[in-house]
Design a protein around this ligand. Structure first.
Ligand code: SF4
Length: 751
């Protein structure tokens, strides 16, 4: 008799966190659709959601560890893999010290409960400051600006999508991305609901993206100038007296007068030529934000991956403050994450604040931000001799060879490493350099809770997923892989049971909570709490999650709050639990030493001087600048091996405006050569008026033609790697984020 069940789980592929209903027959997944009863997504999924099945059954997915022998990766046992890692890493540590081991943590880790709970353990075990991650090609500027303003990098205000009446989006395309740093399944549906209730959507983007097409107004800004536009909007609102801001937030803000003075050079007329948006439009948008019954400004990847990423991210929230919309229903609000975060721990309303630059990178002296250095500095840290030179890399779920700037230089440097370990499900453009590859189980074989992404959700919700399919006999869960790696690199040896590392991990988490006077387990006995947790038989991430939920803002506090949340209660609610719409959190959310929103952090005020130089720069639209773009059926670099997601028309094209194509004499060319300071690619040409004059666009994450990889579908539609063109020298100096948008390039015929 065939056994059939429907399992419910949250899709871990992107930040939307949609609920899935997965039909499993005889341990085989037959069908995946949206979970109509999911409390947050209510049945919505995008085309990627159902491909968890194809990912699981992908014949190219690695099922056993791989060891490189004579330059070729061959299958190995776990025991052989651990022995090889112990020998390789120990050799490097003995010869060059721990600082010679670098780590790179990829973006999928943010969607993975094992990584969210055990990557930190691994980093501590390695004990090196040479830490890099996908954050510095993505969202870190927003975390830095939030840290400086609100005291915690977790305090990112999100647009209150379901209640706002006016949404100004800069550099984000949620119709393709489904939202980022704003967890909102069916983001498009929520926008359309806003428009249906009379609200207005304005999109600022150099491309007429799908979101811009849906907008009531599209402003085709010149790349890299969002900070100028926002500064001018803030300046305009300041000229009007800031009554709303003072009325609503007067007791909670610091630095208002200083900021108003610093914004003085950025009038609407002053920024018009540089931004490409006329003065009257800027003045009108400022007034509309002020006069809307409620409004929110939301900026994302296009605002973060520029030379002014942090300053732009800060100005987004300055405008939210100046228009009276920060921490207001229908404005930009702070979520209250059910499993807790940096802004639910410690004394409410006050804290130590946030710092950057607690150390500097070895070669170019980039300041540290959130405990890491810029991904763009990885190559020079590997290439440059001297104490602390990186000789070995540990890469977890990342493909920096495709996703970070000047890929060709980075690939050359990876080839020179003495040793490398990769935790990855594919033999891809980065793991091909690894001496040992450790394969995690598929997304369907893991438990799941969006620890990171629910920190940015537009409702306070919780949703736990049990594994849909069991691990194979020889499989290890990802946390077990990370725990074993931690044991080996810290010198405990290959025979150490992962339970030893797991026990240390839970003890660390519990210890810090019982010392927090605001925690519902303050002063409790650590071992007693661990014993209580362990009664369920859970280990690893699930045991840690149970603790975070129980000690979180909705938790049971181990008996202190009898109706409070536990993991058992969450498991009994397979469609999730909705804790309601966001509520105002000022001043409790703050962790600044002053207990106020810091509107004028010194680093950001200082950066306005650098920004003002843009006003003096000659505007030259004949100098093409490159921007990226997102597609609904793509997810950075790692889902191009799924046939159903890549079939059809080539999407990896260079988009160019007809006027530019004509000026450059490339109309009718099937391919063109794109060249930047660091490299050159030949890309299929797409002439379209969906990009503004002076701008060309190429999506990222492609370029699957490297030898030594094994992603056959991806290789058959390889595309070109946009990061051959991006420049590792171009960074946002405050956060270390790479500049991926606004790269000067030339476009020529290939002849
Ligand atoms: S929108 Fe994101 S979370 Fe939802 S189904 Fe698609 S990939 Fe999964």
């Amino acid at each position: 008799m065939a056994s059939e069940k429907i399992a419910f789980r949250t899709c871990p592929l992107c930040e939307a966190g949609c609920g899935l209903a997965i039909t499993v027959k005889d341990d085989q997944v037959t069908h995946i659709r949206g979970d109509m009863q999911d409390v947050f997504s209510k049945g919505f999924i995008c085309p990627k959601g159902s491909t968890l099945k194809q990912l699981h059954y992908d014949p190219d997915r690695l099922l056993t560890p791989m060891i490189k022998r004579d330059g070729v990766h061959v299958q190995a046992t776990w025991h052989e893999a651990w022995r090889a890692i112990e020998a390789g890493l120990n050799r490097v540590i003995e010869n060059f010290g721990r600082e010679s081991i670098g780590t790179y943590l990829g973006n999928p880790g943010a969607h993975n409960l094992s990584s969210m709970t055990f990557n930190r353990v691994l980093l501590q075990a390695i004990g090196s400051r040479q830490r890099f991650s996908a954050s510095t090609v993505d969202q870190i500027p927003k975390q830095v600006s939030s840290g400086l303003m609100f005291g915690s990098p977790s305090s990112v205000p999100v647009p209150d999508l379901d209640r706002t009446q006016y949404l100004l989006i800069l550099g984000a395309n949620p119709y393709e991305s489904n939202g980022s740093l704003c967890t909102a399944p069916d983001f498009p549906g929520r926008i359309e609901a806003m428009q249906a209730r009379g609200g207005k959507l304005v999109v600022v983007d150099p491309r007429k993206s799908r979101t811009a097409e849906q907008a009531d107004e599209w402003l085709a800004i010149r790349p890299g100038t969002d900070a100028l536009l926002l500064a001018a909007i803030a300046n305009t609102l300041a000229s009007d007296g800031l009554q709303l801001a003072k009325q609503r937030l007067g007791n909670h803000i610091n630095g208002l007068d200083q900021l108003v003075v610093a914004l003085a050079p950025f009038s609407a007329s002053a920024v018009a030529a540089s931004t490409g948006i006329d003065e009257q439009t800027i003045l009108r948008i400022a007034r509309e934000l002020r006069d809307a019954s409620c409004a929110a400004v939301y900026g994302r990847i296009g605002t973060c991956t520029t030379a002014f990423g942090t300053t732009t991210s800060w100005l987004v929230d300055v405008v939210n403050v100046f228009s009276g919309n920060l921490d207001r229903v229908g404005g930009a609000m702070f979520p209250l994450p059910v499993a807790g975060s940096g802004n639910t721990h410690g004394e409410p309303g006050k804290g130590k604040g946030f710092r950057i630059g607690r150390g500097h990178s070895r070669v170019s002296k980039h300041p540290e931000a959130l405990g890491e250095y810029p991904a763009a500095a990885m190559a020079e840290e590997i290439e440059t001799p001297g104490a602390g030179q990186i000789r070995a890399m540990v890469v977890v779920g990342g493909n920096p060879i495709l996703s970070t700037p000047n890929s060709q230089r980075l690939a050359k440097s990876f080839a020179e490493l003495d040793f490398m370990v990769s935790v990855d499900m594919y033999l891809n453009e980065t793991s091909k350099f690894a001496d040992v590859i450790l394969p995690p189980p598929s997304q369907l074989q893991r438990s799941h809770y969006d620890l990171a992404l629910l920190t940015f959700a537009v409702r306070n919700v919780a949703n736990y997923s049990e594994p849909v399919l069991p691990l194979g006999t020889d499989d290890l869960d990802e946390w077990q892989i990370l725990a074993k790696l931690s044991a080996i690199v810290s010198g405990l040896g290959t025979e150490t049971e992962v339970s030893v590392v797991d026990d240390l991990a839970i003890a660390g988490v519990v210890q810090s909570a019982v010392q927090d006077s605001s925690s519902n387990v303050y002063g409790r006995d650590v071992q007693q709490l661990i014993d209580e947790l362990s009664k369920s038989g859970r280990r690893g991430p699930d045991r840690i999650l149970d603790f975070l939920l129980r000690s979180g803002p909705f938790g049971d506090g181990f008996g202190a709050v009898p109706d409070g949340l536990t993991l058992d209660k969450l498991i009994a609610a397979p469609h999730g639990i909705d804790f309601g719409a966001l509520e105002p959190r000022l001043p409790e959310v703050l962790r600044t030493p002053s207990g106020k929103v810091e509107l004028a952090p010194p680093q950001l005020i200082e950066d306005l001087s650098r920004l003002s130089l843009l006003l003096l720069a000659q505007v030259d639209d004949s100098q093409l600048t490159l921007v990226g773009r997102r597609h609904l059926r793509s997810n950075n670099s790692w889902m191009h091996n799924i046939e159903v997601l890549v079939k059809g028309k080539d999407r990896c094209t260079l988009q160019i405006h007809p006027d530019d194509a004509s000026r450059l004499g490339v109309v009718g060319e099937s391919k063109v050569r794109v060249t930047s300071r660091v490299g050159s690619v030949d890309a299929p040409l797409e002439v379209t008026d969906s990009v503004r004059v002076g701008v060309v666009s190429l999506p990222h994450g492609w370029g699957h033609s490297m030898a030594g990889t094994n992603t056959r579908v991806a290789a058959s539609r390889a595309g070109v790697n946009s990061n051959i063109l991006t420049d590792e020298r171009e960074l946002d100096p405050l956060s270390g984020n790479s500049v991926l948008n606004g790269i000067p390039v030339s476009v020529t015929r290939i002849s």
